[in-house]
Ligand binder design. Structure first.
Ligand code: AMP
Ligand code: TRP
Length: 341
């Protein structure tokens, strides 16, 4: 059920840990731009405090944060219309996360599949931050009373937890203070799969660079990776049902659809009966056409990191102006004495 007592506001975040992939672009960035262009109140955050839940080399983290900012802007985020900043510059995130650490239950966090995946077999050696990560994510969103959160499919469980935290806080303190957020997981791009294995998510952490398209890849590399993507020898069927057991083929159709702003049904209708010898070059052309300008703009923006830092600082000041009063009210509800004027 959507919460109608809060003004619509979109919040989303991406970790500055390594480069951006086509999955991030189609599952997140492209949709962030659409929300901004639709005139919604939009706040986008580079979640550096989330990134450090696993080891990050400081110099690489700094670079990745700036490159991610360049990616946001190159993809179409306008820092004048959206608020764009990095998380650690607005202290309300970490402060509200502490409150939520005291609201969320151990049992809830133990069920998070992303923690289990990331911690792997050696969970005893994972950072406490990695375990508590979803409470920080809830704080990111709720510090702005955001109502809608566009993400890829993999974040659904974290958003359910965000709803549980908001509901428990409201219930425990007898208030209607935090909105119950709506996940926005729509379109063909919310689950972009590896180009080597159609059952695995495309990820920046996959050891094989051929499994993903990076937003920093040049046109030749993009085309080559798509031409070499794993597929099967069958031609494309005339309906999506025919792709049910063909995950690699389905993934390429989804990628085409998301890049071209078409439905997967329309893509299959257009290419029915054609083999990958035809479809892959068409997909490669489309991908280069859409991604090469973003790549070029990222490179241009990265030549002036001072300007990027200035933009993030300005975004942080605007974000803080929204989050600090909400944090103050939250502390008051909890019973924390605020003696400063
Ligand atoms: P991350 O890079 O893990 O911080 O993810 C940032 C955003 O990109 C989140 O909204 C993810 O759900 C989305 N995302 C990451 N990988 C993919 C993928 N393979 N397909 C679709 N969305 C993705
Ligand atoms: N957990 C998200 C991911 O790994 C990133 C994230 C952090 C986020 N805080 C958020 C996404 C708030 C949406 C809203 O992709």
């Amino acid at each position: 059920m959507s919460d109608t007592s809060f003004a619509p506001r979109i919040f989303s975040g991406i970790q500055p840990s390594g480069g951006l992939t086509l999955g991030n672009y189609l599952g997140a960035l492209k949709r962030f731009v659409q929300a901004q262009d639709a005139g919604t109140d939009t706040i986008y955050c580079m979640v550096d405090l989330h990134a450090i839940t696993v080891w990050q080399d400081p110099a690489k983290l700094r670079h990745a944060t700036r490159e991610l900012a360049a990616g946001f802007i190159a993809a179409g985020i306008d820092p004048a219309r959206s608020i764009l900043f990095n998380q650690s510059q607005v202290s309300a995130h970490a402060e509200l996360a502490w409150i939520f650490n005291c609201v969320a239950r151990m049992g809830w966090l133990k069920r998070m599949t992303q923690f289990k995946d990331k911690a792997g077999k050696n969970a005893e050696n994972a950072s406490v931050g990695l375990f508590a990560y979803p409470a920080l994510m809830a704080a990111d969103i709720l510090a702005y009373h955001a109502t809608h959160v566009p993400v890829g499919e993999d974040q659904k469980q974290h958003l359910e937890l965000t709803r549980d935290i908001a509901a428990k806080f409201n219930h425990d303190f007898g208030v209607e203070f935090f909105p119950i957020v709506e996940p926005v997981i729509e379109g063909a791009g919310t689950r972009v799969m590896s180009l080597r294995d159609g059952t695995k998510k495309m990820s920046k952490s996959d050891p094989s660079d051929m499994s993903r398209i990076n937003l920093t890849d040049d046109a030749d590399t993009i085309a080559q990776k798509l031409r070499k993507a794993r597929t099967d020898p069958e031609p494309l069927p005339d309906s999506l049902d025919g792709l049910a057991d063909r995950p690699e083929a389905r993934n390429l159709v989804n990628i085409y659809a998301a890049l071209a702003d078409m439905t997967p049904d329309a893509v299959v209708a257009q290419y029915a009966g054609q083999g990958f010898g035809t479809f892959k070059p068409a997909l490669a052309d489309l991908a280069v056409d859409k991604l090469a300008p973003i790549n070029a703009e990222m490179t241009r923006l990265m030549q002036d990191v001072t300007e990027i830092d200035r933009i993030l600082g300005e975004g942080a000041a605007r974000a803080n102006a929204i989050a600090q009063p909400i944090l103050d009210q939250c502390y008051d509800i909890v019973g924390l004495v605020r003696a400063r004027a």
